[in-house]
Write a protein that binds this ligand. Structure first.
Ligand code: PLP
Length: 383
């Protein structure tokens, strides 16, 4: 039987089980504890953030971030369109409405010019958004400097969704640490995982203390249970924080392995007609969390879906790139500024198996399968 090759699976290091065992041995099986505190501190050191709060998911971290900024019912929030739904769903949890912004071709992330122009227009009509949510997709940072500049010019807080880009670099620093609040995810498919979890970071210690407060049911400091606000149950388990501490220690290796996958794929497939790999923007270093490419069906001879299905037949899991949020039925009533680039990327874009635990044989099987699809179409045309 052929072994399935999956898109992105967990990859444990040597220390995770030790930390988990320590949690068991000390009976810290709770959503607080020494591993949670240590994970937060160690995470701050890795990304260069001042303060961090470990939570139950990246989505929870985004929800808290928007609450901390004061997003409320009826507000508008600008948001990247080309991303996973979790970037935008917390906006709707608060009764606010996303306004989507298209990508640029150099980073596949938010186009800073579109954002600046949109903020200019909104300032003139006196209807600025309450916040901007910027995603760093597939391990690559957006062009953060002009986005920060545009947001500061109009005093609109910036939230960075770096769920997919832990380990990436933008001009020497970690994406997620430039805005007012940044968030990360440790879901099972991310570059490191706690099986499920997330982190919220900020320079402002009060924001992070408030995040912890909201994440633990917003309990007032009183001996009895007293509440002046509604909170959530969003803290990370001490057991899972132990996994996170182990995973943090191998983050550098995981980035190197995923970048290596990308290089192997690109070497082997980059010269096939119609294939273009996701560019790496010159302002930073991508992690290549997922290896993404676009397939021009005319020059390649098969379209994205045909390739995906042919791979699936050989037990190889590939997936279309994110469907832009402005094309999602649930957001049919939301405005989008631009949109053509994200639509183009979606039409042709495919993510290849990219886990840091793939072997060279796995990569070769994927490469072979794609090369054969192209070969077959060339032969069909020749006959
Ligand atoms: C995974 C992901 C999230 C959500 O993280 P969870 O931990 O799964 O809740 C948010 N945004 C993006 C871009 C993601 O890929």
């Amino acid at each position: 039987m052929t072994k399935p090759i999956l898109l992105s699976t967990p990859h444990m290091g040597d220390r995770e089980l030790e930390f988990v065992k320590e949690a068991f041995d000390t009976n810290w099986i709770a959503p607080i504890g020494p591993h949670v505190d240590a994970f937060e501190q160690e995470f701050c050191q890795v990304v260069g953030a001042r303060h961090a709060a470990a939570v139950s998911s990246g989505t929870a971290a985004l929800h808290l971030a928007l609450r901390l900024i004061g997003v409320e019912s009826g507000d508008e929030v600008f948001c990247s369109s080309f991303t996973f739904i979790a970037t935008a769903s917390p906006i709707t949890y608060l009764g606010a409405k996303p306004v989507f912004i298209d990508s640029d071709r150099t980073s596949w992330n938010m186009n800073p010019d579109l954002l600046r122009e949109a903020l200019e227009r909104r300032a003139r009509s006196g209807k600025l958004p309450k916040a901007v949510v910027l995603v760093h997709l597939y391990g690559q940072s957006a062009d953060i400097d002009p986005i920060v500049a545009a947001c500061s010019a109009y005093q609109v807080p910036l939230i960075e969704d770096a769920a997919e880009s832990l380990g990436a670099i933008y001009k020497g620093r970690s994406p997620g640490t430039f805005g007012c609040i940044g968030i990360y995810s440790f879901n099972g498919n991310k570059i490191i995982t706690t099986s499920g979890g997330g982190m919220l970071v900020a320079d402002d210690s009060q924001l992070v203390s408030k995040a912890r407060f909201l994440a633990t049911q917003a309990r007032d400091p009183a001996p009895h249970y007293q509440h002046s606000e509604i909170g959530y149950n969003y803290r990370l388990s001490n057991v899972l924080a132990g996994i996170g501490r182990g995973q943090l220690r191998v983050l550098g290796d995981r980035v190197a392995a995923r970048r290596h996958n990308f290089e192997v794929y690109q070497q082997a497939l980059g010269s096939l007609p119609g294939i273009e790999f996701m560019p790496e923007a010159t302002f930073g270093r991508a992690t290549r969390w997922l290896t993404c490419l676009t397939i021009n069906p005319i020059t390649f001879g098969a379209d994205r879906e045909q390739v995906r299905l042919a791979l699936a037949k050989q037990q190889i899991e590939a997936r279309p790139v994110w469907k832009p949020l402005h094309l999602q039925p649930v957001f049919a009533n939301c405005e989008c500024i631009g949109g053509a680039i994200a639509e183009d990327l979606f039409k042709w874009g495919l993510c290849l198996p990219s886990g840091s635990n793939l072997t060279i044989e796995d990569l070769e099987r994927v490469i072979q399968a794609i090369a054969e699809i192209h070969q077959r179409t060339v032969q069909t045309h020749a006959n």
